[in-house]
Design a protein. Structure first.
Lengths: 495, 177
């Protein structure tokens, strides 16, 4: 996706060479004109390039930064922008409305040419201060805003600057030579060249739309721990477990090994297990427990300032237990289910407990349960899909949905989980047959019910696994099957 | 009588396709898509199945076409309890060694098609043919409405009471033929 956006941005910048400013800058920087010697032309094209890069990065990174601060729109928004922009450029539609401004002509007379070139570069790099020769410029601005990804802003800005500056850098020093004259004459007299550039940026935008439609935010994911699993997060930081090894807590002060396992963060607290006892204390390193509670048989924990919840795995049955911390009270059973039912890892936010409940018969479910007795709720999966690994923070629910086409990491308000945002997507790991038998007539394509290509995600991912949600980031365990062993890593996604 | 008619139709359609030649590689817009399985001679597409070919067990639950092994809605092999297993029948485990959570196992026509396409479905009549050395029961997933899963005009097929075929699926009996 970033490659396609970069190509589109390069051609969008290239189209700008056909603007009045593009021609004027080539003329300005040529040797023997405002640049009296080739050496001053060389300096001027260099400063022009630097200025263009600065301007383009300012525009597209700023748009990305603004987008990152706004509510994230559906993936369909940047896809629609890319499709529309691509179509308009591919068809060669005249760009309207047009920005009928140019770089200030007087600058080349009042300033040293290298300085004027830098100024011209900044103005042309900013993209919207002078004539716009391709709809792709508008489209890329919208996409940068919609994606809200600084990385995307950097790629678009750098590629746009390259497209905008390179023709000037290459052509201006030789414009008085036969080759240079042929280039400028062709640009001036063969409109098909600009038409071809716009067609190229249109095709690149369509490729970007396709990539956007099928890709995920995985490009923005960073690895927190490998090996690592079962992340738990709060405003204090993130904790995780190394399979068969120690647990860690990462805070602003750095990473620290914990003296216990199965860590859980919630509110201001950290809980972790030592055998059948759970230690609870402030979420800081070094960990200094203030409370020790018996949690016999526990494997997974969840904690908030008011409750501790733990899972006792079956057989004979999976059970969730809860004990109030403020005020202290007796432990009680929240839910239990015999095999083959499976109760997933619990997560807490205040007094709201969420967990996944799966059974071969009946829908897959995520249950929200108020430990204080308030209203709860159940999110029921549809036939054909499985819901897994919920986590909760400030009313937002992070969970996974898996079907026979793909697995998705989703973020949605707990109160309205029906329209989630997809944070990550990967294809199913199940091998499918061709959908047709042997010795039969085959016309057309297989009637595959999975919409769109099943590409995306990391090759070799076995499955998405446990999640965590902090005020600023989402975390997920990826399980890999490698050499007959399950390997895990914890990824972080910006929210 | 009916079988011979369908046999004729099959042979005729095969001949037409052979004559069409190039159309195999580049079907025209609007041409019926015909991507099917042994015994099925019409153009209605298969019902969505977790592993591809729309083979079900006697109760309508999905099984893998190649070997008849039961699969869940995600397409994973499952044991008798519905837990996901590997090719050797061992439980699939997570990083802690616990069995992976079971996924639902839904009936192809009665549950999945009905939910996915928002229609009330019925399994009406059927027809049996000899396929791969076994008697195969060809079934239509029927619904009220004129549109089938292909997106075009639905056929009556084996459906009753004004219903038409939305998609097709099959069950292989143990009877040799």
């Amino acid at each position: 996706m970033l490659i396609a956006l970069g190509i589109a941005a390069f051609f969008a910048g290239l189209a700008g060479t056909w603007s009045p400013c593009g021609f004027s800058v080539i003329e300005t920087l040529r040797p023997g004109g405002w640049s009296e010697r080739r050496r001053s032309t060389a300096a001027a094209v260099l400063t022009f390039g630097v200025g263009t890069l600065a301007g383009a990065l300012a525009t597209f990174v700023a748009l990305s930064a603004i987008g990152s601060a706004l509510p994230h729109p559906a993936n369909a928004v940047p896809v629609a922008i890319a499709l529309a922009g691509g179509a308009l450029d591919a068809l060669g539609v005249r760009v309207v409305p047009q920005i009928r401004h140019q770089v200030p002509e007087s600058s080349r007379r009042r300033m040293p040419v290298a300085l004027a070139a830098a100024l011209y570069g900044v103005l042309l790099g900013l993209a919207f201060t002078t004539f716009v020769l391709a709809f792709a410029v508008w489209a890329l601005a919208g996409i940068a805003l919609a994606l809200g990804s600084i990385k995307a802003g950097l790629v678009i800005g750098a590629a746009f600057a390259a497209g905008r500056a390179l023709p000037v850098i290459v052509t201006a020093p030789i414009v008085d030579l036969p080759l240079g004259r042929r280039i400028t004459e062709s640009m001036a007299e063969r409109p098909a060249l600009l038409r071809g550039v716009r067609l190229a940026d249109g095709l690149a935008l369509w490729a970007a739309a396709l990539a956007l439609a099928t890709s995920t935010a995985l490009a923005d994911a960073t690895t927190v721990a490998a090996p690592g699993e079962d992340p738990s997060a709060s405003a204090a930081g993130v904790a995780w477990q190394v399979p068969g090894g120690p647990a860690y807590l990462a805070t602003a002060a750095g990473d620290a090994e914990l003296p216990c396992v199965a860590p859980a963060l919630g509110g201001s607290l950290l809980a972790c297990r030592n055998g059948d006892t759970t230690a609870i204390g402030p979420a800081a390193a070094p960990f200094a427990p203030t409370t020790q509670l018996p949690t016999p048989g526990a494997d997974k924990l969840a904690v908030s300032d008011r409750w501790l919840v733990w899972r006792v795995p079956g057989p004979p049955e999976d059970t969730l237990m809860a004990i109030p911390l403020q005020p202290p009270g007796p432990a009680r059973v929240v839910v239990s289910a015999p095999p083959p039912s499976n109760i997933g890892r619990p997560a807490l936010d205040g007094s709201t407990l969420v967990y996944a409940l799966n059974h071969p018969r009946g829908p897959s479910r995520i249950v929200a349960y108020d430990l204080d007795g308030g209203p709860g709720g159940t999110i029921r999966g549809r036939p054909g899909e499985q819901l897994l690994n919920p986590s909760l923070n400030d009313g937002l629910l992070l969970y996974e949905r898996v079907d026979d086409c793909r697995q998705q990491l989703l973020l949605a308000p707990l109160a309205a989980p029906g329209r989630p945002r997809v944070l990550a997507r990967a294809p199913t790991q199940v091998r499918r047959d061709g959908g047709y038998g042997g010795n039969v007539i085959r016309i057309g394509r297989t009637p595959h019910h999975c919409v769109g290509p099943l590409a995306g995600g990391y090759p070799g991912v076995t499955s998405y696994w446990t999640t965590a949600l902090s005020p600023s980031a989402a975390y997920m365990t990826l399980m890999f099957a490698a050499g007959g062993q399950v390997q895990t890593s914890v990824l972080q996604f910006p929210t | 009588m009916d079988e011979s008619r369908r046999g004729f139709l099959r042979r005729a359609s095969e001949a037409l396709v052979a004559l069409a030649g190039l159309s195999l590689a580049a079907p025209e817009t609007g041409q019926a898509r015909y991507f099917t399985f042994c015994g099925h001679t019409f153009t209605t597409a298969s019902c969505p199945h977790p592993t591809g070919l729309p083979r079900v067990d006697v109760k309508g639950y999905p099984i893998r076409a190649a070997d008849g092994a039961p699969v869940d809605d995600l397409g994973r092999l499952v044991n008798a309890q519905g837990q996901p297993v590997d090719a050797s029948g061992n439980l699939l485990l997570d990083a802690d060694g616990r069995p992976l959570p079971p996924a639902p196992r839904s009936r192809l026509c009665a549950d999945i098609v009905q939910d996915r396409y928002g229609i009330r479905t019925y399994v009406d009549g059927s027809w049996h043919r000899c396929c791969g050395g076994h008697v195969r029961k060809l079934m239509d997933c029927c619904a009220y409405g004129n549109r089938r899963i292909n997106g075009d005009q639905a056929l009556t097929g084996y459906c009753f009471r004004g219903r038409k075929v939305f998609c097709v699926f099959y069950y292989d009996t143990a009877t040799r033929c």
